[in-house]
Design a protein around this ligand. Structure first.
Ligand code: ZN
Length: 349
């Protein structure tokens, strides 16, 4: 399936892949990467790796974009038929009440809403405090526990946010799970932009990033690359209330090259390679330093005897909430930078 970057991002954003249940996204990634790959591998943890062969006995470059998204999991069903849940990945409790969700059961997908005790009957002091996720519940219209079970809802079902991709003015878009479908779309676009390469490229859609960069570890161990780039998103700080000290990244001003995050100090050679590529190709880019959070690159860099790794990230507003915002230009430039870097990798590694 060969689609435009915009169509790919829309399809990827609308697909659901709550951490540990990435199959819908994986199937889509297989369809999107197949036209540009010599081989597609799904490993035992169910990472998907598209291989684009380089010269014989060539060095190996790994790209990683995690396919999972933050979401919820059904933990208990109350006797009245409400679903209590656990959080899968880092989600701020404050943004959960009144969200529309989808419960993915074996039988079918149930629409629902995250409910809480109505504010009208909360005590004064209750209204001032944050309602934590253990006080919230999902209402799928079940009459009681027996009815919920008969409908097909089960403990362990994954729950995703119900948000449709929407295009905005100025090349912006809002949608679900841009963390990290923006990275997935950039990875597909990178494969599209590549022609013949000297290096063999392993483009990995990884699982379970949001709960500890898990899939990237096993994928990198299997691929054993000479160098790796994680394609992910990062926080855009261009909204009211964010200090320049915290981040200078702006949406629409180019992908970010990470110098350091909480899990990675980018290998100096990788940093020089990405900077020089962006400068030589006049691709807009920004520099990221010291933010909290981390990406698959942190795990890959510590795999086996150590793998020089870096990040190319799309500055994204409102990440880890049900809906976030990106600039399509940034996603496109992340792909352009990655493809150009792959073409120049022979001078560095
Ligand atoms: Zn991410």
């Amino acid at each position: 399936m060969c689609l435009s970057l915009r169509d790919n991002l829309e399809k990827l954003s609308n697909a659901c892949g709550v951490t540990g249940r990435e199959s819908e996204v994986r199937e889509l990634m297989i369809r999107l990467m197949t036209p540009y790959a010599d081989e597609i591998i799904v490993d035992k943890l169910e990472n998907v790796i598209a291989v684009k062969k380089g010269k014989e006995n060539s060095s190996k470059i790994m790209l990683a974009a995690h396919m999972d998204e933050v979401g919820l999991m059904v933990k208990t069903i109350t006797k009245d038929g409400f679903l209590q849940f656990a959080k899968m990945g880092g989600i701020d409790d404050r943004i959960l009440p009144a969200q529309m969700v989808k419960v993915f059961s074996k039988k079918k997908v149930f629409p629902g809403i995250i409910g809480s005790k109505p504010p009208h009957i909360q005590k004064e002091e209750e209204r001032k405090k944050i309602i934590t996720s253990d006080e919230l519940f999902i209402d799928v219209g079940a009459q009681n526990r027996e009815n919920a079970l008969a409908m097909g809802v089960a403990i362990g079902d994954s729950v995703g946010f119900d948000i449709e991709y929407t295009a905005l003015e100025n090349d912006a878009a809002i949608g679900k799970a841009f963390d990290n479908r923006a990275g997935c779309a950039a990875m597909v676009e990178t494969l599209k932009l590549l022609e013949k390469t000297d290096f063999t490229v392993y483009a990995a859609g990884t699982v379970q990033e949001e709960v500890g960069l898990r899939g990237a570890g096993t994928a990198a161990f299997a691929v054993d690359p000479d160098v790796a780039i994680a394609l992910d998103v990062t926080i855009a700080g261009d909204v009211p209330g964010v200090r320049e000290y915290d981040t200078t990244l702006k949406m629409g001003k180019g992908p970010a090259i990470t110098i350091t995050d909480s899990g990675l100090i980018t290998h100096p050679k990788v940093l020089r390679w990405l900077h020089e590529t962006a400068e030589q190709e006049t691709i807009p880019y920004q520099i990221e330093t010291g933010l909290m959070g981390s990406t698959d690159a942190a795990r890959i860099s510590l795999t086996r005897c150590g793998i020089p790794s870096g990040n190319i990230s799309v500055p994204t507003r409102y990440i880890h909430s049900p809906v976030s915002m990106v600039s399509l230009k940034d996603v496109e430039n992340a792909a352009r930078l990655t493809a150009a870097a792959i073409n120049k990798a022979g001078s560095y590694f």
